[in-house]
Design a protein around this ligand. Sequence first.
Ligand code: BGP
Length: 461
Amino acid sequence: MKYAFPDNFWWGSASSAPQTEGETLAFGKSATIWDRWFAEQPTRFHHGVGPQHTSTFYQHWKQDIALLKELNHNTFRTSISWARLIPQGRGEVNQEAVKFYNQVFDELHAQGITPFINLFHFDMPMVMQERGGWESRDVVTAYAEYAQTCFELFGDRVKHWFTFNEPVVPVEGGYLYDFHYPNVVDFRRAATVAYHTMLAHSLAVKAYHERHDGGEIGIILNLTPSYPRSQNPADVKAANIADLLFNRSFLDPALRGEYPKELVALLREYDQLPACQPEDKALLASGVVDLLGINYYQPRRIKCRDSQVNPDSPFMPEWFFEAYDMPGRKMNPYRGWEIYEQGIYDILTNLRENYNNPRCYISENGMGVENERRFDENGQIQDEYRIDFVSDHLKWLHKGISEGSNCLGYHMWTFIDNWSWCNAYKNRYGFVSLDLATQKRTIKKSGEWFRETAAKNGFDD
Ligand code: BGP
């Protein structure tokens, strides 16, 4: 076979509790920031579709796990909802939630699918947001308690844990660019949120390692290779700063246990450093992960600024660079994101050369398509474009592995079309199509392709 993958390669897909479970305010679950924001501003959500409109995994878990099996998944990622498990954020555990997650993990194992479980996927419980969210050190402690509760309750069956999915996104969305609650635009507060998230991460990693229960713990980062417009030093510097702010601010603490010195120097120069405690350094050092999840969708194209920044304007990352619309770049015509398959290889090469070749896997990669519900005469969505997208990325992944990268698997985003934050169902990503009105599931052509590829552990051209 032309593209054969290593034995025991993880073939699967990723999803999350807030995007699939449904029953948002039922069975003991309390509100998250998404429930609150939707209640306050439904017009911010595509077609006014809020977080209660999902594929209702809470009710369909058995059927969906059977589908995962049918698609030859040997692994599957989802998340636990903090607001469901511990509705007040701290303290009493909701036994309905324990029963639900026990059933899910048991059924996954019964079907031969290893659960990969993430603890936080953008879904801050509202009670915790009201206590300051990630700006508050108390919330950091509360998160660590929640993580330990999960390890105690489910650690016998879950051996692959993740502390956070894409921690930079709530920072960008909630505190810089206004696409997540609480809709703040303030760099210093964003830096505090980012810093506290990594302290929370480190506390959870430390607690997990102290258990010695034979499992592993990681973090899932959306890495966006930052390519300069040219080799001109000003463009290169601009791209490096974007890389520092959006990638290395999470990647370095997760893999090296400390922040890049250049990042600290930059934030100090502009008086944007978050407040630190003397014990933080040792804590961050204990946050080094066993496994890195890499979400890869698209790169960043960067150029230096053409115009001077107004020094009276509030400090923002864009003081240092501008996005560059590179002529001729390949775009996803259905979503507006660039498609650059080699990015996945560049990420692996960087990790191999500069970060000691960590254990890693592709935890998300996928193609969003608007208005995708176009069925053929047999009632199937013929998403050849998605098969091309996945196989083209897998080819570059294969090349990275053949050159020695320690990449152990590939998870597609996502298993079934799901609700996606403010975009709701604007961009559909699944191997399985969802009829929201009837909850009917139909495997797309890409799902069949994946079923075969996973069974053969690779593919030919
Ligand atoms: C990733 C998130 C997912 C999902 C995906 C698609 O960043 O981890 O939760 O939302 O992006 O996003 P969208 O629906 O906005 O295209």
